[in-house]
Design a protein around this ligand. Structure first.
Ligand code: GCU
Length: 456
């Protein structure tokens, strides 16, 4: 390493350390984030500036592309070809050879690796409550996952989780785990306004699940890892790193949130009200990205409902439409990923990525995964519904290799058309940035896999 670089690293690191522990109150989040971003680039020896992302404002001169005719051609990596060029022709080679290659690429270049040692999480049941959702009685449990911080007591991590199951259940029930927000009757004033994300033309998702005899759970991502770059030296990532900055292949927030979901599943395995063999993961937008990352890396997740995950989720990253890699790698969003990902918006280009989103969908195989989007007219083009559809299409060969059914078409469907015959499903509902109007379709599709679906 060059002397100047070492000095720069030292200066930035000492400044960050100072800010974190004695000047945090005076430093803005944005400044700390920019410093952390710069530090990561310096660690990697990247001097090239970051290319600018596109604007989400269609009237801006740098507006993101929203015209199909202007998408430049690209070539996707083949999920069924080993790095040595040999084609993967059977399931055994997928599991033993190709899948590990893809996992390694995603971990090293995009989402980061889990640390070798992560301290244990102990779940504490804080409160239970008998209540109702719609006209259905439910049992709610409010839990806290306390992470052992004996190795670095300066930081603590307590994961917030809420679980709801039908009160009259006669046995363990399947549960949909959502990355979201908890409006706890024990922590927030009663009568708080409903989350507008929930507003939809069909009954509330919770009510729909409970009416089927299923349960739901909500895990709060920010209780695991902050949603900004300044927080990377705190939360579970900071705790494991003992308050130090990340290395280029250390995990980002998406992987950390996904790790938290795995800890919730550890808890589900101990709760007799829950059938831990039937757990689905659901999330919207950045939490849709977290949901597919969780499913890709956690085999105990049996079904997925990936809402408007866009870039960094199911959308093909090489496809220049809507949000770009350059946006994801900017100071506003780079913390979702590992440091190495920043390279693809500075010294490298998206075409250099060793993997793309179709292979993230493929990591979920053979488990059923439902890719959801709103209508472009209402939701806008930023999430790139077609890019997510293509992520689903190009994962197809892996699903079929494993004896499952792919989307069944490569033709982009009309809004409202449910492509739900197979283990990869896709639907654009007629609404905006929500999973709301896709819940009934998702549930009907999930009933096929989970069975035991009550109708009343
Ligand atoms: C921004 C971001 C998206 C993200 C979204 C959200 O629009 O660019 O990638 O999905 O926020 O989480 O709401």
């Amino acid at each position: 390493m060059k002397k100047g670089l070492v000095l720069l690293l030292f200066l930035i690191a000492s400044q960050l350390g100072h800010a974190q522990f004695s000047q945090a109150a005076r430093d803005s989040l944005a400044k700390l984030t920019a410093q952390d971003h710069a530090l990561m680039k310096a660690q990697m020896g990247i001097t090239a500036p970051n290319r600018n992302g596109a604007s989400g404002d269609p009237s801006s001169p740098t507006a993101a592309n929203r015209y199909e005719s202007k998408v430049p051609p690209y070539t996707l990596p083949d999920p069924l070809r080993l790095k040595n060029g040999v084609a993967v022709k059977n399931a055994a080679d997928w599991w033993a050879k190709r899948r590990p290659e893809i996992v390694d690429d995603f971990e090293r270049e995009i989402y980061g690796r889990l640390p070798a040692k992560i301290p244990a999480t102990t779940w504490i049941l804080e409160q239970t409550r008998d209540t109702t959702v719609g006209r259905y009685p439910i049992k709610e449990k409010y839990l806290k996952g306390v992470v052992d911080h004996s190795a670095f007591p300066e930081l603590s991590v307590e994961i917030e989780l809420m679980v709801a199951t039908p009160a009259g259940a006669t046995g363990p029930v399947p549960v949909v785990l959502e990355f979201g927000f908890i409006r706890s009757p024990f922590r927030a004033p009663a009568g708080a306004p409903a989350n507008p994300m929930m507003a939809a033309a069909e009954p509330d998702w919770k009510e729909q699940l409970i009416s089927r005899g299923w349960g739901y759970a909500i895990i709060v991502p920010s209780s695991i890892q902050a949603d900004n770059g300044a927080g990377l030296r705190q939360g579970i990532i900071g705790l494991v790193n003992k308050g130090q900055p990340r290395k280029p292949d250390d995990w980002g927030a998406l992987r950390a949130w996904a790790w938290g979901a795995s800890r919730a599943i550890d808890y589900f395995e101990t709760d007799k009200d829950i059938d831990a063999k039937r757990i689905a993961i659901e999330g919207l937008s950045r939490y849709g990205k977290a949901a597919i990352v969780a499913m890709a890396f956690e085999p105990r997740i049996s079904l997925g409902f990936i809402g408007s995950s866009g870039a960094g989720g199911a959308k093909i990253l090489r496809r220049d439409f809507g949000e770009k890699v350059e946006n994801l790698a900017s100071t506003g969003e780079y913390h979702w990923f590992c440091g190495n990902f920043i390279k693809y918006a500075s010294s490298l280009t998206p075409a250099d990525l060793p993997v793309d989103a179709h292979e993230l969908v493929a990591l979920c195989a053979p488990r059923p995964v439902f890719i959801s989007s709103g209508s472009p007219q209402v939701e806008g083009q930023w999430v790139d519904a077609k890019g997510m559809f293509l992520g689903a299409v190009h994962a197809g060969p892996v699903y079929t290799l494993l004896g499952k059914k792919d989307l069944g078409t490569s033709q982009f469907p009309m809004v409202g058309t449910a492509l739900c015959d197979g283990e990869i499903a896709f639907r654009q509902h007629a609404g905006g940035h929500t999973t709301g109007p896709n819940w009934s379709t998702w549930i009907a599709w999930a009933c096929r896999y989970w069975g035991d679906c009550k109708y009343d």
